[in-house]
Design a binder for this molecule. Sequence first.
Ligand code: GL7
Length: 829
Amino acid sequence: SLGDHRAKAEKMFGLMDGFLKNDPVSLQKDIVYHVEYTVARSRFSFDDFEAYQALSHSVRDRLIERWHDTHQYFKKKDPKRLYFLSLEFLMGCSLSNSVINLGIRDQYVDALGQLGFEFEVLAEQEGDAALGNGGLARLSACQMDSLATLDFPAWGYGLRYQYGLFRQIIVDGFQHEQPDYWLNFGNPWEIERVQVSYAVKFYGTVEEEVSNGSNYKVWIPGETVEAVAYDNPIPGYGTRNAINLRLWAAKPSGQYDLESYNTGDYINAVVNRQKAEIISNVLYPDDRSYQGKELRLKQQYFFVSASIQDIIRRFKDVHDNFDEFTEKIALQINDTHPSLAIIEVMRVLFDEEHLGWDKAWDIVCKIFSFTTHTVQPEGLEKIPVDLMGSLLPRHLQIIYDINYKFMEELKKKFGQDYSRHARMSIVEEGAVKSIRMANLSIVCCHKVNGVSRVHFELLKTRVFKDFYDLWPLKFQYKTNGVTQRRWIVVSNPSLCAVISKWLGTEAWVRNIDLLAGLRDYASDADLQQEWRMVKKINKMRLAEYIETLSGVKVSLDAMFDVQIKRIHEYKRQLLNVLGIIHRYDCIKSMNESDRRKVVPRVCIIGGKAAPGYEIAKKIIKLCHAVAEKVNNDPGVGDLLKLIFIPDYNVSVAELVIPGSDLSQHVSTAGHEASGTGSMKFLMNGCLLLATADGSTVEIIEEIGADNMFLLGARVSEVPALRDQGASVRVPLQFVRVVRMVRDGYFGFKDYFESLCDTVENGKDFYLLGADFASYLEAQAAADLAFVNQEKWTRMSILSTSGSGRFSSDRTIEEYAEQTWGIEPCKCPF
Ligand code: GL7
C-alpha cells in the first residue's frame, strides 16, 4: 500500500543520514570512496583520469539528489510540461558546469586542494559530449541550461549516439575524419535505465480491424527494436531544480525470432538481433543538407516513437483520459528532424486510443510548436515517399489524410490556384515524390518560430511566404541566445570575478540584464586596467595552447583575430583567408617605417567541414598552405601569424573565445539564420567584425554600430548584386589575391583551381569579391581602434554590458510565455 511504501522510503532516507554534505571532509570522503569502490582503483595508486572519474561520481551523486527531488515535485504538482525534442545536443563537458550550477565549486576546489589535487587539472581529463554538429545543437544545450535555471518543468529528448561528431585531424593540411567513440571510458554523467524501455516498430503492413462496430487501422510491424533510456541530469543555477535530458539507445528487442531459434540457427539469430543497435550508432555529420537516407529516417522515428510512448505513459500515470492532455503538455520540435512526432501522436490517439480523427487532430494542433533554423529552401528536409511508405506505412497514410484535408481547405480559401496548392502541399510531386517535412510541420503546429528578426522577415517574404499569407499569426520569432553560465562563468572565471566585483553582486548570473550596469564604468581607468588584465590572462592561456598544438609562438601584444565555426562557403572563411593573403602581401612590400605602424595579428581559424563537402575541405587546406608560407617567412615575423586550430568543439570554444580580441561573423547577408557564436564573443568582451546578417542586426541595435566593425552588403542589397553576375564591381586587390592562389604561390595549384573558380567569372554566389573592399576597410578600422587601447577597452566593456539580450534565459522566457504556455515550478529547498 501507499502507506507502507512511504514508511519504507522514510526508513531508507533515515539510513542515508539525510542529504549528502558539502563540507571539505565529506567531499574528500566521497571522492576517496569512489576511487576505491566505483572506479575500483586502489587508494595507493590512481592517475588523474581515475581521480576525475571518482570526482565526477561524487558530483553525480549530488546531481541525482536534486534530480530526484525535482521529479518528485513535478509529479506532485503536475504542471504543464514542456517536452523539447531535438536530434542534436552539443553538451560539451559537464564537470565544471555541474559544480558551478550546484553552487559547490569552491568547496570542491578546497577539498581537492587539501588532498593535493588541482580541480582544473582533473577537469581537463573530461572529453566532450559532441552529440551534434554546430549552432543548432549547441543552442539546444544552452536552452536546456536556461530551462533548468528558470525552474521550468521541462524534459529534453534526444538520441544517445555511440559515435558523436567525428574528430578532425589534420594531415599535411588536409582534414581527415576519425570516429569519436566518446563512451570508451564510461560516462559518469548519464544514468542507464534498463527498466525504462519501449519497443519501436518499423516496416510491415497496415490492416483493418473492427472494434465496437468501427473500423480501425492496425500496423503489423516487420521489425521491432528496443529503445533504452539514458538520463542526463541538467542542474539549474541558483535553484534546487535539476531537469532531465533523456537520450535513447537502440538495443535488440526482447522479442525472440522464434523461427530462427527453432531452425537451430542460433548464431545467426543472435547476430541479427545485434544489428538493431546500429540505429543509434552514429550522428550524421552534415549540418545543413539532407540525403533522405533510410538509416537517418529510422533514427528520427526511433527517437520520436520512444519519446512519445514515454510522454503518454507519464501522462497516463496521473490521468485516465485525454481531456487534459493539451493543458499538461507542450511539445517543441527543434527543426523538422523530430517532426514525425506529430504523426506519431496522431497515430496513437487515432489508431490506438480511438479518440476519433477530429479530436486527435485538435489535440495535435494544440500541443506542437516548431522552430526552423534554416534560410535556404534547399536546406529543407524531404523524405522520399517510397522510403516513408516502406519504413512507416501507417504514417504515410496519415500524412496523406492530413494533406487531403489541407488541400480541401486551400481550395475553399484560394479556389483553383493550383500552383499555390502545389507549392504548399505536404507532398511534392516530381521525379522523386517526397514528403516536405517543413510543410508538414507548419500545417500541424500552432506556432512556427524563426531564430532572429532577419530570419523571420525572410520566412515571411521568401521561404514560407504562402504559409504566412494563409496563417500570419502562426509565425513568430525568438531571437536565439546563449547561456552566460557556460560562456562566462565556466569559461572565463577571471572576467566573471571582475564583473561581480564592479556590479557588487553575482546576481547577473541569473539575471543577465544587470550586466547593463557595467556601462557606467566603461571609461573608468581602474575597471579598464582590470579588464585588460583579464584579457591578458586569457590570451596567455590560448597562446600556450597554440604553441603546444602547432609549435608556433605568438606575441601577446598582437591582436587575436578569431573565426571559429563550421566551415561553409556562406560563412566565408575564404574571405578571411583572402584578407590574410592581402595583409601578407602588403607587409611584404612595406618599408621599415611603414612596418613599424602595422598592428601585429594572430589570425585564428577553426572549424570542421562535412566529410563530403569538397570545397569546404579545400578552404581548410588553403588555411594551412597560407599558414605554412606566412608563419615561416622571417620577413614577416610577429606581424602576422595564421593558426588553424584542429578539432574545434565546445571545449575548444571555451578556451579560445575568452582569449580573443576580435571575432569574425562575415556570412553573406541573408544566409545565417541567426548565428550564436557572435553572442558568446560579445559576452566575453571581444569586438565583432561582422556583416548585418542574422542576429548581428539586433546586436547592432543593442551596442551601437560604432562599437563594432561592420561590413558588406545588406540583406536587401544582395539580390541585386547577384543579378549583376560577372559585371559586379570587384576591387583589384581581390583579383590579385585570388590570382596568387591560382598561380600556385602557396603551392597546390591544381588542387585550388576549383576553389578559385567559386569566386570568379560571375560565379561568386556568396559575393566575396563584391564585399572585399568593405571587408578590408573594416579590418583597417579594427587596426586603428586597437592602437588606442583605452578606446578599444571601452568598446569591449560596452560589448559585454550590451550582451544581456542575447542570453538564452531571455529566449526561453519568451518561448515559455508566447509559445509553450508553461510556468516555473520551483522545487522548494
Ligand atoms: C542553424 C543556423 O545556421 C544558425 O544560423 C543558427 O544560429 C542555428 C541555431 O538557430 O541554427 N541552422 C542549422 O541547420 N544549423 C545551425 O547552426 C546547423
